[in-house]
Design a protein around this ligand. Sequence first.
Ligand SMILES: [Zn+2]
Length: 399
Amino acid sequence: LNYYNPLNEWILNKTGGLGIREYQLEKIKEVLRFVNENSVFYGKLYKGFNIDDISTFESFEKLPFITADDLSAFGPQMLCVPQNEIERIVTLQTSGTASKPKRVFFTAADQELTIDFFSVGMRCLIDESDNVMILLPYKTPGSVGDLLKLGLERIGCGVFPYGLVDYYSDVCEFIFENKITSLVGNPVQVLKLAELAKLYGLKIRLDSILLSTDYVPDAIVKRLSNLWKCKVYEHYGMTEMCFGGGVYCQHQTGYHMREADLYFEVISDKGDTLPDGEFGEVVFTTLTRTGMPLIRYRTGDYGRFIKERCTCCPELRLMEKLRRRIDGGVTIGNRKFFISDFDEMMFSCDRIVDYGVEIWNETLSFKIKTTNNIMQEKTAQKELVKRKILTGGANGAEN
Ligand SMILES: [Zn+2]
């Protein structure tokens, strides 16, 4: 149990000797003054508040929240630096039909903070002897895969950026031939690879997998650790956090959050900040970003901090694995189901690797994909990608 967590040391070093809460409060005061002076949006939002008077968490908790809708409507007004200092803009399509896309702006320094976090966070699962394959989009500078690649290069391990999986069989062979020991990707794609490798009888020896997406089904984690006999870690992040938010350590107790750069709150539906242990919506404040700081940004994720601390870092809070969004879900009979409920149900069946679900008059219909389907899909996918190349379209969504 004497496990050393590099993330812990990294965070505590950044606080410059202050306790983590003290440090966060100092950073909050700093960022509030900064946005109030430099952004049109925050200047208006905090009219009627004396920002200089905010000296406690209680007074901070009286400030209004901002939402994804604010980001769509007023994004450019949240900027705190001149446009020419912006290194990357990520455009996110929102699910609402009428709303404008969200655009999130980052400076080079904002991106550097994430590269640094990735390079330390990845040390929770790998070291310089590993060969890490990145199954996330990486071709656009400043994309999640690109920042991860830059972070991994600092560790000095083998780095194999690939992008989202196109041909499953080719990726399986690549893993085998390059002696990949660690994969970073999304759960369904990695599951398909594992099932296919088993079908081909490829002896792939992985030490670790890091899964990153909105929600990682427990059923997939269980199947992956059985199929590949390796540890499966989870990461929580979103574009608005500049991709990195929190990661599992070797004890797999929950997400160890990036607390030196982000201050997290969990709020009730009335907007009160809840104590650890209680469920609500996850809200975060950027403490160190300058391009477009987000203050009390509502993520739409439903979760909680657990009361217990991890033995690796008793100073820091632990966020429980996230299972769903605040909204969404369907009511059938007298029970509400979320996508995560369907995920657990479907992926606990050994042969299912993917599925779609339709709901009609309280009747669910599932379209399932099995391992055999991936093999059949392969030819179809090759054709599809060829066509995309011929017509000049991009292969896979970049983010
Ligand atoms: Zn830990």
